[in-house]
Ligand binder design. Structure first.
Ligand SMILES: [Zn+2]
Ligand SMILES: [Zn+2]
Length: 98
Protein backbone atom coordinates (compact mmCIF):
# COMPACT_ATOMS: atom_id res chain seq x y z
CA UNK A 1 0.00 0.00 0.00
CA UNK A 2 1.42 3.43 -0.88
CA UNK A 3 1.85 5.86 1.99
CA UNK A 4 -1.34 7.93 2.26
CA UNK A 5 -1.01 11.60 1.43
CA UNK A 6 -1.87 13.56 4.51
CA UNK A 7 -2.64 17.25 4.34
CA UNK A 8 -3.35 20.00 6.84
CA UNK A 9 -6.77 21.65 6.75
CA UNK A 10 -8.37 24.40 8.81
CA UNK A 11 -11.25 23.35 11.06
CA UNK A 12 -13.41 25.23 13.57
CA UNK A 13 -11.12 23.95 16.33
CA UNK A 14 -7.83 24.77 14.63
CA UNK A 15 -5.71 22.95 12.10
CA UNK A 16 -6.22 19.25 11.61
CA UNK A 17 -4.82 16.52 9.39
CA UNK A 18 -6.84 14.63 6.83
CA UNK A 19 -6.35 12.48 3.74
CA UNK A 20 -8.42 11.36 0.80
CA UNK A 21 -10.07 8.33 2.30
CA UNK A 22 -12.08 6.86 -0.54
CA UNK A 23 -15.34 7.07 1.39
CA UNK A 24 -17.52 10.22 1.60
CA UNK A 25 -15.95 11.33 4.91
CA UNK A 26 -13.19 13.84 5.49
CA UNK A 27 -11.56 12.07 8.43
CA UNK A 28 -9.75 14.75 10.42
CA UNK A 29 -7.60 14.38 13.53
CA UNK A 30 -6.35 17.30 15.60
CA UNK A 31 -3.75 17.46 18.33
CA UNK A 32 -4.94 18.82 21.67
CA UNK A 33 -3.95 22.30 22.82
CA UNK A 34 -1.04 20.73 24.74
CA UNK A 35 0.03 18.74 21.67
CA UNK A 36 -1.45 15.47 22.97
CA UNK A 37 -2.56 13.20 20.15
CA UNK A 38 -6.09 13.27 18.82
CA UNK A 39 -7.41 10.67 16.43
CA UNK A 40 -10.13 9.80 13.96
CA UNK A 41 -11.32 6.31 13.15
CA UNK A 42 -13.11 6.49 9.84
CA UNK A 43 -16.30 4.55 9.08
CA UNK A 44 -14.28 2.48 6.59
CA UNK A 45 -11.84 1.26 9.25
CA UNK A 46 -8.86 3.53 8.68
CA UNK A 47 -7.45 5.29 11.70
CA UNK A 48 -4.92 8.07 12.17
CA UNK A 49 -3.49 9.89 15.18
CA UNK A 50 -1.96 13.36 15.16
CA UNK A 51 0.10 14.84 17.98
CA UNK A 52 3.10 14.23 20.19
CA UNK A 53 3.42 10.52 20.85
CA UNK A 54 0.98 9.66 18.06
CA UNK A 55 2.76 6.41 17.24
CA UNK A 56 2.65 5.17 20.83
CA UNK A 57 -0.99 6.20 21.16
CA UNK A 58 -1.87 4.35 17.95
CA UNK A 59 -0.03 1.23 19.06
CA UNK A 60 -1.93 1.22 22.37
CA UNK A 61 -5.23 1.85 20.66
CA UNK A 62 -4.76 -1.04 18.22
CA UNK A 63 -3.63 -3.39 21.00
CA UNK A 64 -6.73 -2.50 23.01
CA UNK A 65 -8.97 -3.21 20.00
CA UNK A 66 -7.22 -6.47 19.23
CA UNK A 67 -7.87 -7.57 22.81
CA UNK A 68 -11.55 -6.56 22.89
CA UNK A 69 -12.94 -6.86 19.33
CA UNK A 70 -13.96 -10.15 17.79
CA UNK A 71 -13.23 -9.13 14.22
CA UNK A 72 -10.29 -6.81 14.10
CA UNK A 73 -8.39 -6.56 10.80
CA UNK A 74 -4.66 -6.59 10.34
CA UNK A 75 -3.34 -3.14 9.67
CA UNK A 76 -0.70 -1.58 7.52
CA UNK A 77 0.90 1.14 9.66
CA UNK A 78 3.27 4.02 9.23
CA UNK A 79 4.10 7.50 10.41
CA UNK A 80 4.99 10.86 8.91
CA UNK A 81 5.63 14.31 10.32
CA UNK A 82 3.69 17.43 9.38
CA UNK A 83 3.55 21.02 10.61
CA UNK A 84 0.14 21.41 12.26
CA UNK A 85 -0.85 24.62 14.03
CA UNK A 86 2.67 25.98 13.76
CA UNK A 87 4.46 22.98 15.27
CA UNK A 88 5.79 19.78 13.73
CA UNK A 89 3.63 16.86 14.85
CA UNK A 90 3.69 13.11 14.45
CA UNK A 91 1.03 11.62 12.21
CA UNK A 92 0.65 7.87 12.73
CA UNK A 93 -1.73 5.83 10.62
CA UNK A 94 -3.14 2.32 10.45
CA UNK A 95 -5.17 1.23 7.46
CA UNK A 96 -6.72 -2.23 7.23
CA UNK A 97 -4.90 -4.58 4.86
CA UNK A 98 -7.00 -5.30 1.84
ZN1 LIG B 1 -16.56 7.29 5.83
ZN1 LIG C 1 -13.15 6.44 5.23
Amino acid sequence: MPVPEFRVIATDEGEGVTYTCGCPCVPTARPGADGAPGFEHCCCGKVHFVGDGAQAALTGYLAERKATKKREPDYETGAVRLVVGGAEREVAWAFPRE
